[in-house]
Design a protein around this ligand. Structure first.
Ligand code: 1CP
Length: 351
């Protein structure tokens, strides 16, 4: 593994990526900033629309810091969204209150040709300004994670015009017109490289690529639309920024996880709740960092059920390169005190 220690000796989060297994494991949680926190709801109301919040560096930095102040996580994740990329490319994206994202769907190559990588500069620069503010304001010991959505997952929203349970619009487009769909994936791959690279230049210490809908593809489609573009992003970011660890999150694809790791060359993988602990152990034993996989609903339930599962995960991963996290994002119903209970419990591990 690459020596990342020299650069950031004080950041506990980075230790597993440089061959140091640490006890207790580093901890952060996907969607650690968000609607379960009253202070987030307040800033969000002040900002106007959700995208306004993403492009307002001071406010976006503020909501990134809120969970760090409360819980002292080992890593902060930039507050933004995976749909910033299609928005910056020129697709109309909006977030209707309580309804999730809505986009004017991209259905044909003609729609696609209205998007343009050279449009992205202004909006990407706003997000990078947030990163720069954070790298000044975060405690020295807290790592900053930048992110993007993987091309496949972002394409599912672009083609469907909204979230969907089966990603039918993108899957059908890919079958019907492989060449046209591959142009869309190619555009997103290049935009993701520009976007992630800008985040590292602005101060991100690690990157995560969210492929939330990787699990909906057949094996050869998975190789074409998940592995190949992710491999290209990883290779290019690593060429430009060899010191920055990259975590992949191919949600729902536990059976293809090893293939994903071999094919993309990520430094670590985030595992969803359905991924068996034995699979996580086997991957970690090969030296890759494993992150995950507590059920976010246990964070709603709290109490002994939460403690027991958190203990079981920590025990299974003890002595291996591991970062504690959820299998998916925190849900809005989560009582903030359960998050405090979890972090306290993990920090007692091995002490
Ligand atoms: O009303 C609100 O305030 C909006 C809720 C919200 C939040 C807090 C959305 C809309 N996005 C976010 C922030 C966000 N999204 C972060 C910030 C950092 C953090 O984790 O604290 C990140 C990393 C994301 C990533 C993201 N957005 C993903 C990948 C991870 C995952 O959850 O699977 C996806 C799929 C999205 C799209 C999206 N954005 C928002 C929603 C509600 C959705 C899901 C839509 C759907 O599929 O129905």
């Amino acid at each position: 593994m690459r020596d990342l220690n020299a650069k950031s000796p004080t950041k506990h989060f980075l230790a597993p990526f440089s061959d140091n297994t640490v006890q207790p494991p580093p901890v952060w949680l996907m969607r650690q900033a968000g609607r379960y926190l009253p202070e987030y709801r307040k800033t969000r109301a002040d900002a106007g629309s959700f995208l306004d919040l993403c492009y307002a560096p001071k406010l976006a930095a503020e909501v990134t810091l809120q969970p760090i102040r409360r819980y002292g996580f080992d890593a902060a994740i930039l507050f933004s969204d995976i749909l910033v990329v299609p928005d910056a490319l020129g697709q109309n994206v909006r977030f209707a209150e309580g309804e999730g994202p809505r986009l004017d769907p991209v259905k044909t190559v003609a729609d696609l040709h209205r998007l343009d990588l050279s449009n992205t500069h202004y909006k990407f620069a706003k997000v990078c300004e947030t990163v720069a503010l954070l790298s000044k304001e975060l405690p020295r010991e807290t790592a900053l994670i930048g992110f993007c959505g993987a091309p496949w997952t972002v394409a599912t929203y672009m083609a469907e015009g909204r979230g969907s349970s089966d990603q039918a619009a993108a899957r059908s487009w890919a079958y019907r017109d492989r060449q046209g769909f591959s142009e869309l994936i190619g555009l997103l791959t290049e935009a993701s490289i520009v976007y992630l690279s800008g985040q590292v230049d602005a101060g991100a210490n690690a990157l995560q690529i969210f492929d939330s809908w990787a699990g909906s593809l057949a094996e050869d489609e998975f190789e074409r639309w998940v592995i190949a573009p992710t491999a290209r992003i990883v290779a290019e970011i690593r060429r430009r920024h060899p010191q920055v660890p990259i975590i992949g999150f191919p949600r729902g694809a536990a059976a293809l996880l090893q293939k994903y790791i071999d094919g993309t060359n990520v430094d670590g993988v985030s595992c969803d709740t359905s991924c068996p602990l034995s699979v996580m152990q086997a991957i970690a034993k090969t030296g890759k960092v494993v992150q995950g996989n507590l059920d976010p609903l246990l964070l709603v339930t709290g109490g002994e059920a939460l403690d027991a599962r958190a203990d079981a995960i920590c025990q299974a991963m003890a002595g291996l390169p591991f970062v504690f996290n959820l299998g998916h994002g925190i849900v809005p119903e989560t009582p903030p005190e359960n998050v405090a209970r979890l972090v306290h419990r993990i920090r007692k591990t091995g002490n």
